[in-house]
Design a protein around this ligand. Structure first.
Ligand code: ADP
Ligand code: MG
Length: 240
């Protein structure tokens, strides 16, 4: 579903990603972990075509992602992205937030968009919040709405960049539960997270990044039991 070959990227003359390659199969869940500054966020932004790349190829569902972000918009619309900060539109209600791109990008009718939004809101237990504004919701609720907003676009894959790291501890579980359910339903997912419990429960494979490189890609159980690289071993010993 996602094919990344020889991806390299610099900010100015500072290299941030070096020759990264990764294939993500349809329905697969891949967790990306690694130290702060290792290039995880940049990597998922490149997959989503938000950041231009200097070398390498990215294909989503067999379609090559153009290297210029403006040209990538059509491919990008097929991939849902959820960031650390919820980024809901503060002046729009929950329902309007979830309908906006459906109407303007997918050209759905308002009725059709609302029907889709309501069925997804029900699934994440937030049907009663459709008329609320983001500021009236908790962080965990806002992040679940952000996930719903991405899902409303019928993405072929979902990318998450530390979706729970800005949340108060008691709200992390409700967001991870939605993500876990999505994984079990067969969504193709790439998730940057430090939540190793989620990785163990949901991930088929774990990618370990360090200093702009994919150091290790391993099946989840093996990654935690016996990471192949010294750097991954050190990282795990610090966070577990
Ligand atoms: P991570 O998500 O693993 O913490 P990032 O992808 O955010 O890592 O950052 C990787 C490196 O790229 C870091 O050294 C960071 O300082 C640098 N970087 C990230 N974004 C930018 C930017 N917009 N301009 C310049 N440097 C950046
Ligand atoms: Mg990051």
């Amino acid at each position: 579903m996602i094919r990344i070959e020889g991806l390299s990227k610099s900010y100015g003359d500072v290299p941030v990603l070096r020759n990264c390659s990764l294939d993500v199969a349809r329905g697969e869940v891949v967790v990306i972990c690694g130290p702060s500054g290792s290039g995880k966020s940049t990597f998922v932004k490149c997959i989503n075509g938000i950041e231009p790349v200097q070398a390498g190829r990215i294909a989503i569902d067999g379609e090559n992602l153009p290297s210029k972000p403006a040209a990538a918009a059509r491919v990008r619309a097929r991939v849902g992205m959820v960031f650390q900060h919820f980024e809901l539109y503060p002046h729009l209600t929950v329902l309007e937030n979830v309908c906006l791109a459906q109407i303007h990008v997918l050209k759905r009718s308002r009725d059709e968009a609302q029907e889709k939004a309501r069925s997804l809101l029900r699934r994440v237990g937030l049907a009663d919040k459709e008329a609320s504004y983001p500021a009236q919701l908790s962080g965990g609720q806002q992040q679940r709405i952000a996930i719903v907003r991405a899902l409303a676009m019928d993405p072929v894959a979902m990318l998450f960049d530390e979706p729970t790291s800005a949340l108060d501890p008691e709200m992390i579980g409700e967001v991870l539960a939605v993500m876990l359910e999505l994984a079990r339903e067969g969504m193709t997912m790439v998730v940057v997270t430090h939540e190793m419990g989620f990785a163990k429960a949901a991930a088929d494979r774990v990618v370990f990044m360090d200093q702009g490189e994919i150091v290790e890609v391993a099946e989840t159980a093996r990654f935690f039991a016996e990471p192949a690289s010294e750097r991954a071993r050190l990282f795990l010993s610090r966070i577990l």
